[in-house]
Ligand binder design. Structure first.
Ligand code: NAP
Length: 494
């Protein structure tokens, strides 16, 4: 990576971030804009089209036209794959620009944007462009001279609604399989992080995607463009990643027109370390699992449970490592933790830190780092002594604040892991393979890591149980969601 620079001079030139409808960048119908703010400086860096229901109408109509009349829905997998993999190629060509945009919008360290989010975004297109051609249709032979085949067809217009923590990464995780199955898209990015979706639109056009197949409408969620998308009669499915409470609102709104829904929601991952674990791996991974992306990851190991025999040792080592985390300018390659996404979100995290101080013992961090300027910088915090029923352990904080609790038995570890409304992910650290099987059977979570964290194979199902979601993404699970099954039964003359 060559050096990445923020705009020079004192005056920041505001980037115009319009909507993208029917192959063209367009202002909002109202001509209104809102500012998008750099979380590391507190300064506006962009003016975003304030799309509302009327803009969603235009985008949904364009998407529907493209679906009904355009070639995209009728192309072969190979023909679609040429465009979809080209989008992946162009993301790599534009990697620096996209990484800089993502860091400016989210406050995450530039290394994480460049080596994590943007690479994975390209991979999402490359992976699905290949994988979709392996998606098998079914055929059954029943009675004599009778055959039943189940084919997969596009759903039509799909609404994609995405969060701010991994903006391009999670949007492309939906866009790539959705395109491969021949659908048209209306994307509503999170209001705090619209920048990379805007740049992606240019890439998609350059890759040769027909006009109207991919549309982006910026704006707000409840009462705004997001909600209008979930109610729109031309939109046949909603794929949503975000908070559990938003998922519930979307489910209610989408029920009016009976849309298909797929929800990837909140998490409160249990990270369980047994005394027989390899601590040289478990402790640094626990650090990453809790604090990567400023702790703003649905899959974070945000509750650390440690077997009592090694509890004091783990707390001491981990606190030592947390104190060394370099918090600062997200554009510096040395920075390990950047700024939280917004002042509003930082206040929410600070309110949980107050709960932690009142109910437990704070070992380090938990302070607003004002010396770093007007950005949303917090020092990473570690707490012990909190009760399992505390809001600190039950609710999703989505920030750099980790509680550690001891346990005395396997049964207690399972009970603590399951003592949560969420069921997205968990990690188990042990060298006992029998224990691995016992725990992974009993822990209620969609994904379980053993002696690792965040490992992914894009073919496997990704998603949560309980309040963490409905449905699964990844591999054939994404392709199934973004397609309709149709059974054709026929008799032939023998
Ligand atoms: P959020 O507040 O639920 O917002 C997500 C998206 O939904 C945004 O685009 C938002 O628009 C929009 N929205 C809000 N209310 C809406 C409504 N009533 N109708 C339609 N759209 C609406 O979530 P967030 O704060 O951006 O993201 C953090 C959450 O995402 C955390 O809970 C995290 O665990 C979860 N997450 C889950 C996964 C997973 O795979 N399970 C991955 C990443 C994040 P505005 O931005 O304008 O509000």
């Amino acid at each position: 990576m060559t050096s990445l620079k923020a705009p020079a001079g004192n005056k920041i030139k505001l980037t115009q971030i319009p909507n993208f409808i029917d192959g063209s960048y367009t202002p909002a119908l109202s001509n209104q804009t809102f500012e998008t703010v750099n979380p590391a400086t507190g300064e506006a860096h962009g003016l975003v089209a304030h799309g509302t229901a009327g803009d969603i109408d235009l985008a949904a109509e364009a998407a529907n036209r493209a679906y009904e009349t355009g070639p995209w829905a009728h192309l072969s997998y190979a023909e679609r794959a040429r465009v979809v993999s080209k989008i992946g190629d162009l993301i790599l060509v534009n990697r620096e620009r996209l990484a800089l945009a993502e860091t400016t919008d989210t406050g995450k360290p530039i290394n994480e944007s460049y080596d994590g989010d943007i690479l994975r975004s390209a991979q999402n297109f490359h992976f699905f462009s290949q994988f979709a051609s392996t998606f098998a249709e079914e055929a059954y032979s029943a009675g004599e001279n009778e055959r039943h085949i189940a084919v997969r067809e596009p759903v039509g217009v799909c609404g994609l609604i995405t969060p701010w923590n991994l903006p391009l990464y999670l949007a492309t995780w939906k866009i790539a399989p959705c395109l491969m199955m021949g659908n048209s898209i209306v994307l509503k990015p999170a209001e705090w992080t619209p920048y990379t979706a805007y740049l992606l639109a240019e890439i998609v056009r350059e890759a040769g995607l027909p006009d109207g197949v991919f549309n982006v409408v910026n704006g707000f969620g409840a009462g705004g463009a997001g909600e209008a998308l979930t109610r729109h009669p031309l939109v046949r499915s909603i794929s949503f990643t975000g908070e559990t409470s938003t998922g519930k609102a979307i489910m209610a709104a989408a029920s009016g027109s009976l849309k298909k829904v797929s929800f990837e929601l909140g998490g409160k991952g249990a990270n369980i370390i047994f005394a027989d674990a390899d601590l040289s791996e478990a402790i640094p991974t626990a650090l990453r699992a809790a604090f990567r992306n400023q702790g703003q990851i649905c899959l974070a190991g945000s509750r650390l449970f440690v077997e009592r025999a090694i509890y004091d040792q783990v707390v001491e080592k981990l606190v030592g490592l947390v104190k060394k985390i370099k918090v600062g300018d997200p554009l510096s390659k040395e920075t390990e933790m950047g700024a939280l996404v917004s002042a509003e979100h930082m206040e929410k995290v600070l309110s949980y830190i107050e709960i932690g101080r009142a109910e437990g013992e704070l070992h380090c961090g938990g302070e607003r780092l004002e010396a770093l300027g007007a950005g949303n910088f917090l020092s990473p915090a570690v707490f012990t002594g909190l009760p399992i029923g505390s809001r600190f352990l039950q609710e999703e904080i989505f920030g750099p604040a980790l509680p550690i609790l001891p346990f005395d038995s396997e049964e207690e570890a399972i009970a603590m892991a399951n003592n949560s409304p969420y069921g997205l992910s968990a990690s188990i650290w042990t060298s006992d393979i029998n224990r691995v099987h016992r725990l992974s059977k009993k822990i209620k979570a969609g994904m379980i890591w053993v002696n690792t964290w965040f490992a992914r194979d894009l073919r496997t199902p990704f998603g949560g149980q309980k309040s963490s979601g409905i449905g699964r993404e990844g591999g054939r699970y994404s392709l199934e969601f973004f397609s309709e099954a149709k059974t054709i039964s026929y008799r032939y003359k023998g």
